[in-house]
Structures are given as structure tokens and as C-alpha cells.
Write a protein that binds this ligand. Structure first.
Ligand SMILES: [Zn+2]
Length: 232
């Protein structure tokens, strides 16, 4: 199993490169690009939230709870009484800090469902929906934000698999094959719920076509080439 520092670096380097390209290509504003980078790094830490009391677990749930409180408050503040906004923000904080953490602890044996491909898709899909609904980002930026989180998550799973191969002895450790998987036979119900959640969120998310069009467009490539030329 790869350690915490390997996971943070392993996610940070490709995230920084990808965010730089996305900004250079004009796909995201610099602010959103920065958030995308942060999401990529977060994705690299996120899978180990199933290791009950690890440092990343405490950091991540604390941070997620704060983010949830801010999202709820900024979504409500326009036409809700300040007292209610504060109450809703506190409720969101507690729901994440206590509720979600308890739920994941129940859901996951370490290296259970959380270390799986559908979970990687689920967290990304949640970000796409939140970015579009709560922060009113356009489809391209919203999808990119979700892809960064899923991408960091996938890097983590790949690193876990890599480190479960004993490089010197060239033999597999017992943990091989426990990180990159499509689900868990021992947690069938949870696996089905995961896939259902991903499908529901993707249907609720904005269309993905604008992202595909923007990423493959000549204008994006030209903008990236122009930025690179200026750097030289
Ligand atoms: Zn892991």
C-alpha cells in the first residue's frame, strides 16, 4: 500500500499539469483551475477515508463538513432568514462530520467498496452536480471539476495496486487486486447502490457534450500552443 505522501504527490503532479493545460486552453478560469487542482489532490487522499482513524480521514471529513456548510449557506442566503441559514449550515456540517463518516465506516471495510471504480465515478458525479447547481458553473467547467476528483481517486487506486506488487521479489502481495475493482461480491447491495447512485447523478448532471466539444476543439489546442510558445 502506498503511503500518504506518495498519494498526495502522485495526485498533485498530474493534477497541476492538467489544470495548467485547462487554464491555458481557456477551458476554465484560473480560479476554477485552482479548485480543479485542489480536487485532484483531494481525490488522491479520498479513498483512504475507509481506514477508520487515519489522519487523512480526519482532515477530509473536517474539510468536507466545512465545504458543505459553506455550500448550504451560500445557496440559501438570498431568500432565507439569517437564523435559518446558520441553522442549515450547522446541520450540514454535522450531517457530514458525523453522519457521512458513520455511513462510510459502516459501508467500508478498508479496501472494501470505497477502493473501487464505481466509487471513483460517484464522487466525481457528486462534484459535477454540486458545481453546476450550487456554483452555477457551465457544463464544461462543472464536468472538469468532477473529472479532476475522479482522476485523483483513480491515481490513488492505481498506486495502491502498484505498491502491492513486491518490486524486488516480483511476487504479488495478498492485497493485489483489492484496490482497482468494479465492486465487491461481499457487499452486493452496496455495489448495486453505488451504480444506481452514479446513474442517477449523471442523469441529473448537465450534458457532457460541451466538454467533449471544448476539449477537442481547434481553438483549445491553438490557445494551449500559444501559451506554450509564450513560455519559451
Ligand atoms: Zn488506498
Amino acid at each position: 500500500m502506498a503511503n500518504f505522501r506518495v498519494h498526495v504527490l502522485g495526485a498533485a503532479i498530474p493534477s497541476a499539469l492538467a489544470a495548467g493545460l485547462a487554464i491555458a486552453g481557456g477551458l476554465v478560469t484560473p480560479q476554477v483551475g485552482g479548485v480543479c487542482f485542489g480536487l485532484g489532490v483531494l481525490g488522491g487522499m479520498l479513498p483512504d477515508i475507509d481506514a477508520d482513524n487515519s489522519v487523512p480521514t480526519r482532515i477530509i471529513f473536517g474539510a468536507l463538513a466545512v465545504v458543505a456548510a459553506v455550500v448550504v449557506a451560500s445557496a440559501l442566503h438570498v431568500d432565507t432568514a439569517p437564523g435559518l441559514v446558520a441553522l442549515a449550515a450547522v446541520a450540514a456540517f454535522v450531517a457530514i462530520r458525523v453522519g457521512l463518516r458513520g455511513f462510510t465506516a459502516w459501508l467500508c471495510v478498508h479496501r472494501g467498496l470505497v477502493h473501487s471504480l464505481p466509487f471513483a465515478a460517484l464522487v466525481g458525479a457528486i462534484v459535477v452536480c454540486v458545481a453546476a447547481q450550487a456554483f452555477h458553473l457551465g457544463p464544461t467547467q462543472a464536468w472538469l471539476a468532477g473529472l479532476f476528483l475522479t482522476g485523483g481517486f483513480l491515481v490513488h487506486l492505481a498506486l495502491d495496486e502498484l505498491f502491492s506488487v513486491d518490486l524486488l521479489g516480483a511476487r504479488m502481495k495478498r492485497s493485489f487486486g483489492t484496490a482497482l475493482k468494479l465492486g465487491s461480491r461481499r457487499q452486493l447491495l452496496g455495489t448495486v447502490m453505488l451504480y444506481a447512485g452514479v446513474i442517477a447523478l449523471v442523469r441529473f448532471a448537465p450534458p457532457v457534450d460541451p466538454l467533449v466539444r471544448d476539449v477537442t476543439s481547434k481553438r483549445t489546442r491553438a490557445a494551449i500552443a500559444a501559451t506554450l510558445a509564450r513560455l519559451r
